[in-house]
Design a binder for this molecule. Structure first.
Ligand SMILES: Cc1cc2nc3c(=O)[nH]c(=O)nc-3n(C[C@H](O)[C@H](O)[C@H](O)COP(=O)(O)OP(=O)(O)OC[C@H]3O[C@@H](n4cnc5c(N)ncnc54)[C@H](O)[C@@H]3O)c2cc1C
Length: 400
């Protein structure tokens, strides 16, 4: 970036870029196989990342990471995002990254000792269990999972799905209604539930676009039946579930977008390179104006996403919640990601649908981006409502 205010963490960025080029990209095929050998490779690469001082770049040293703020993380995550598995290798994978952040912000000393430290160290994994099949995830005030107090314990009953990474995780952070009579946004709490607690049933990984996943890459259906955990496992205050979810989802959304920048650029590079190699009707595809249009549009859209992301990260580092910026980049980048990957597939013809390039897997992963952490429509609504509120009060929207 040209401006000093948005200066990248140059030295660390070079180390991450080199690690991606030398250790992750050449191993991408092996990692894609999601078998025992891939798990062993992830473990080995994780140790190398730790040895290089690059581990957990999303949280600060006092939480066990190497993080130095949102803006720096945006630059690093743009590189990490180039390969889907790299977030796991750098210890900053969703949903653990978001769970670590809220445990760091709201956890008691005991909770941090038992859950946060081993989580950030990569010794255990976790999941975030909020969405339910029976009610709209877009409107979480309708959640049905209940936690009823019985002495010093919560008794939890409910049915969740899309609990990402639940297979093989050590604990869940469960969003449950603790006071159904409170005003809608004070009804729910977040409760830490160890998976070995009787009554927790990881029913199945729900296949997403034909991919059931394994371990971290699963999205599971989970049932909670008479699950008893101490009230001391409440994260933050009772009734603060939505407030904490906002704290989690805001950063979580922009973390996704940072990684998507890497995915977009990867697809863009594949599209440009292949268009120069492949000839049809006596000339390289790169000479066709349609392909040139796709390249030009993709460049403009990726660059817009980068600048919007860096702007939002810079504002968050300055203490701003950047709600409009985060929602705008979430829906805008999710669309750009899908469009750029799709154009790259089209340029590759049938090859784009095979496993000979990472594009097909990238396309499958990208589609969910328009739904998880709030569908596009909800984020558009957030942006429009905030802007219209300014106009309704006689002001205008001040672009900054
Ligand atoms: C890959 C993936 C991973 C996920 N991981 C997790 C996880 O780890 N933990 C977890 O708890 N959840 C997770 N989710 C669930 C996700 O957060 C929900 O899918 C999301 O909140 C939407 O809820 P829903 O699927 O119930 O859709 P609904 O709320 O039923 O919405 C359906 C559709 O209605 C439309 N719509 C909704 N609201 C509006 C509106 N205001 N205006 C206009 N149209 C609207 C949208 O088009 C939307 O797609 C994951 C989802 C995916 C796809």
């Amino acid at each position: 970036m040209a401006t000093t205010a948005w200066a990248p963490p140059t030295e660390k960025l070079e180390l991450v870029r080199a690690f991606m080029d030398e250790r992750v990209l050449p191993n991408e095929h092996a990692l894609d196989r999601e078998d025992d050998a891939a798990d062993a490779l992830v473990a080995q690469l994780r140790q190398e990342v730790k040895d290089a001082g690059l581990w957990a770049p999303h949280v600060p040293p006092e939480a066990g990471g190497t993080g130095t703020g949102f803006l720096d993380y945006a630059y690093l995550n743009e590189q990490i995002g180039r390969v889907v598995w790299a977030q796991l290798i750098f210890g900053c994978q969703a949903p653990d990254a978001g769970n670590a952040e809220i445990l760091h912000m709201f956890g008691t000393e005991e909770q941090k000792e038992r859950w946060l430290h081993p989580l950030v160290a990569g010794e255990i994994r976790s999941f975030f269990s909020m969405t339910e099949p029976e009610v709209p995830g877009s409107d979480p005030t309708t959640l049905r999972t209940r936690a009823v107090r019985d002495g010093d314990e919560w008794v939890i009953d409910g049915h969740k799905w899309f609990s990402s990474g639940a297979e093989g995780a050590a604990f869940a952070i469960v969003m449950a209604v603790t006071d159904p009579d409170a005003e809608p946004h004070a009804r729910a709490s977040q409760i830490i539930v160890p998976v070995e607690t009787p009554g927790v049933d990881i029913v199945r990984p729900v296949a997403v676009m034909g991919h059931a996943g394994r371990g971290w890459s699963t999205h599971c259906e989970v049932r909670y039946t008479g699950v008893r955990v101490p009230v001391a496992n409440t994260l933050g205050e009772v009734g603060a579930g939505f407030r904490i979810a906002q704290k989690r989802l805001g950063p979580g959304r922009i973390h996704h977008v940072m990684r998507w920048l890497g995915q977009m650029q990867r697809a863009f590079e594949l599209m440009c390179s292949y268009s120069l190699q492949r000839e049809a009707f006596g000339e390289p595809l790169a000479r066709k104006q349609t392909v040139q249009n796709w390249i030009a549009d993709s460049y403009a859209e990726i660059q817009a996403c980068r600048l919007m992301t860096l702007d939002a990260a810079h504002k968050i580092d300055g203490g701003d919640e950047a709600r409009v910026e985060v929602s705008a980049i979430k829906f805008f980048a999710a669309r750009v990601l899908q469009d750029v990957i799709d154009r790259a597939i089209q340029v590759h013809g049938a090859r784009g649908l095979t496993d000979e390039t990472p594009l097909a897997h990238m396309a499958m992963m990208a589609r969910g981006g328009r739904i998880y952490d709030g569908p596009d429509e909800v984020h558009r609504q957030v942006v429009a409502r905030r802007i219209l509120k300014a106009f309704a009060s006689g002001d205008v929207w001040h672009f900054s």
